[in-house]
Design a binder for this molecule. Structure first.
Ligand SMILES: *Cc1c(COP(=O)(O)O)cnc(C)c1O
Length: 378
């Protein structure tokens, strides 16, 4: 039986256990301790732009806190990219707010500036003023931040950058997650680096980082006893998980390089097939970490389809998945308003994610080549 080639498996660097052992030796087996401090510091250094990072229990928790810091309350509207993972949008519901979903544009698959502006104008006309915009860098591809930021400025609505999939991606020399008002990262098991589970909130001010940590540790007042004037959450990262994160930061750059090599591998593999597009950068001053490489199929004479290829790969123990099903098509969001056409939906219907781990080796690639060519040339 062949071993399964995973879509995006955890990939340890080697030093993670050393930092976990430090936590054991000092008995900081808690959501507090040195590993958290060092992990946050190494993220701040890596991201630069003077950002302040709060390590949290998940990317979803980070989005929730970003919404709270942006002042989103019950009944408010939040503009959100439709083509994304549900973790982007669920926190809007946690706040009792209403998501307004926005279509993608074709170059980056991310939020369409055109439909964002159209949506804002229409909401204002209806007497609503959206409180925040959640932009995603999907599969690591940087969104069109200049265009989106100028709309955000024009209407005074802050942007939360969901960089859960985009640690290491860059937009015009800036790291994704550091460009807008707030940014979030995820260190879930399948992401470019993992802490087994975890996330982070990126802010521009130390006072906002402090506020996030206050909210993430049950909003305890500065009293000698347990007094709480605000609702709190238990969202801090564990010191054990942060130890994994410290080790992972040492190999982040090489993980990015390897995922970018995977994207190049797929571009070569699919070059002879003019009906297959490998999702890559459309201009040279952006850099995707290529967290997952995706392909889109257009209509073709041989009647090759995404589900045909997906079945073929999965039958051969090669994990492949459909891209995220857009949020405006999800049963749980059936009440939500949507601005756009059918681009997100047609990308969903025509695209696949392929194995993209930083630990994908030559033997794995040869198996992938064989199965893909078998299907396409049959
Ligand atoms: C993974 C992911 C999240 C959620 O992060 P968790 O750490 O799993 O909570 C949010 N948004 C996107 C785009 C993601 O891929």
């Amino acid at each position: 039986m062949k071993r399964v080639i995973r879509l995006s498996a955890p990939h340890m660097g080697g030093e993670e256990l050393k930092y976990i052992n430090e936590a054991f030796q000092t008995n900081w087996i808690a959501p507090a301790g040195d590993n958290i401090t060092y992990f946050e510091k190494s993220l701040e250094d890596y991201l630069s732009q003077n950002v302040k990072v709060a390590a949290l229990s998940s990317g979803t928790a980070a989005i929730h806190l970003a919404l709270i810091l942006a002042g989103v309350e019950k009944g408010d509207e939040v503009l959100c990219q439709s083509l994304t993972f549900a973790g982007t949008a669920f926190p809007i519901l946690y706040q009792g707010a209403l998501p307004i979903f926005i279509d993608s544009e074709k170059d980056t698959w991310n939020m369409s500036p055109y439909y964002l502006e159209k949506a804002i104008k229409d909401r204002l006309k209806k007497g609503k003023r959206p409180k925040a915009i959640i932009v995603v860098h999907i599969f690591g591809m940087p969104a069109k931040m200049d265009e989106l930021a100028s709309i955000s400025k024009k209407f005074h609505i802050p942007i939360i950058e969901d960089a859960a999939e985009a640690l290491g991606s860059e937009y015009k020399g800036m790291k994704c997650g550091t460009i807008a008002d707030y940014g979030i990262l995820s260190f879930n098991g399948n992401k470019i680096i993992t802490t087994s589970g975890g996330g982070a909130l990126i802010t521009k001010k130390y006072s906002l980082k402090e506020k996030a940590i206050f909210l993430a540790t049950q909003s305890k007042d500065e009293t000698l006893y347990f007094q709480h004037s605000n609702v709190g959450y238990n969202y801090r990262l564990s010191n054990i998980s942060a130890g994994i994160g410290r080790g992972q930061m040492e190999v982040l750059s090489s993980h990015v390089d390897k995922r970018r090599e995977n994207n190049k591998f797929y571009r070569e593999l699919f070059k002879p097939y003019d009906f297959i597009n490998v999702f890559s950068e459309y201009i040279s001053n952006i850099k995707s970490n290529h967290w997952l490489t995706c392909i889109s199929l257009s209509e073709n004479k041989g009647k090759k389809t995404v589900s045909g290829l997906l079945n073929c790969l999965n039958n051969n123990q090669i994990e492949s998945r459909f891209i995220w099903k857009p949020m405006h098509l999800q049963p749980v969001f059936k009440e939500a308003v949507y601005y756009g056409e059918d681009l997100a939906e047609s990308l969903f219907n025509s695209s696949l994610c392929l194995p993209s781990g930083s630990n994908l080796n030559q033997e794995n690639k040869e198996r992938i080549i064989e199965v893909v060519l078998n299907y396409l040339d049959a």
